[in-house]
Design a protein around this ligand. Structure first.
Ligand code: SF4
Ligand code: SF4
Length: 316
């Protein structure tokens, strides 16, 4: 039987802020300060506050001298922005090197299935972990090549070899998304930003998009749904639910498995007394057998349950 100890034997690295890689895709998703809600509604959110918050959130500036963020502005859903990325641009695939790329749980599901490897193998081969903005939960980041150009391991001569399942950050750029935690009636505030970087020529192209059109064109919706739910877990993690044991706590290892290691979590669900302990309908069991997205949703529900006693999961 899969045990919790056997599924998460990883070394947790804390990167000093000076050593992180500069790159394009540092923050493509942001936890919005609930205090901004009124400003969002009135449209008066100050972009300097957003930028400062993103520094605070990530723990360091993303910019290096050759990779300067020119602008990062909130944008309304109906507003248009210019952008097109294509192989005719001199910058093509430049942003796939030396990038500081956060991976969210749903990114791992999509990429490891595209590569035909297990989530444990993906985590081992293609990620590093770093404590960044959340001191109580490590960020999982894409491990770049150790060659001089620090290229993404999925970059080929023809571009991205995981393109259909590329992660949220690659997919959404130049759009970033900010969400507040769910309120007591299940609503959340949402804000989008457009980031413009000095090296990206795509902003000079004439093709225009609204946020909604971009989300549809880049097939971002399933990523949004899962990342927004991840926000709610991140809020819980920020309360240090592990106590003094920190990242050695069994609860932390369970939470990491239920978020990032779906193959281990599936074994755990189907090889332990999990399904006897929780009231889960036959229909949902069938769904989680057939879909790793549904399995990940169960993982999120399970983590919420054992850390807070709340949420949609209940014991049978
Ligand atoms: S246009 Fe921007 S996103 Fe596209 S390859 Fe160039 S730098 Fe990357
Ligand atoms: S996953 Fe694909 S698009 Fe993203 S950095 Fe790697 S090669 Fe580029």
């Amino acid at each position: 039987m899969q045990t919790l100890e056997s599924v998460s034997r990883r070394e947790w690295k804390v990167f000093p802020f000076g050593l992180v890689l500069p790159g394009i895709a540092g923050i493509q998703w942001t936890w919005l300060n609930p205090g901004w809600n009124d400003d969002i509604r009135s449209g008066s959110l100050d972009r300097n506050r957003v930028r400062q918050f993103q520094f605070d959130f990530s723990g360091e500036s993303m910019d290096s001298p050759d990779r300067v963020t020119i602008e990062n502005r909130p944008i309304k859903e109906t507003e248009r922005f210019s952008f097109q990325c294509h192989s005719g641009l001199s910058c093509f695939t430049g942003c796939c090197r030396n990038a500081d790329m956060y991976l969210y749980p749903y990114d791992i599901v999509r990429m490891k299935n595209r590569l035909g490897i297990s989530s444990g193998e993906f985590l081992e081969q293609h990620t590093v972990t770093a404590i960044r903005g959340n001191p109580f939960f490590p960020n999982v980041m894409l491990k770049m090549s150790d060659q001089d150009d620090k290229a993404c391991p999925f970059l080929s001569g023809n571009g991205c070899r995981v393109y259909e399942d590329r992660p949220f950050s690659c997919r959404a750029y130049p759009m970033e998304r900010g969400v507040s935690p769910l309120d007591h009636i299940g609503n959340r505030d949402i804000l989008h930003f457009i980031a413009i970087h000095s090296y990206c020529k795509g902003h000079g192209e004439s093709r225009e998009w609204t946020v909604r059109e971009w989300i549809e064109n880049q097939e971002i919706l399933p990523f949004i749904e899962m990342n927004d739910s991840w926000t709610d877990l991140d809020v819980i993690f920020r309360t240090n639910p592990w106590g003094e044991q920190g990242l050695n706590a069994k609860a932390f290892k369970m939470a990491f498995m239920g978020s990032y290691n779906m193959d281990a979590f599936r074994n755990f669900v189907f090889s332990s007394s999990f399904l006897e302990r929780f009231a889960i309908s036959e229909g949902r069991i069938k769904d989680i057998r057939n879909s790793e997205t549904e399995l990940l949703k169960l993982g999120f529900d399970w983590i919420t349950f054992f850390l807070t006693g709340k949420g949609s999961l209940s014991t049978g």
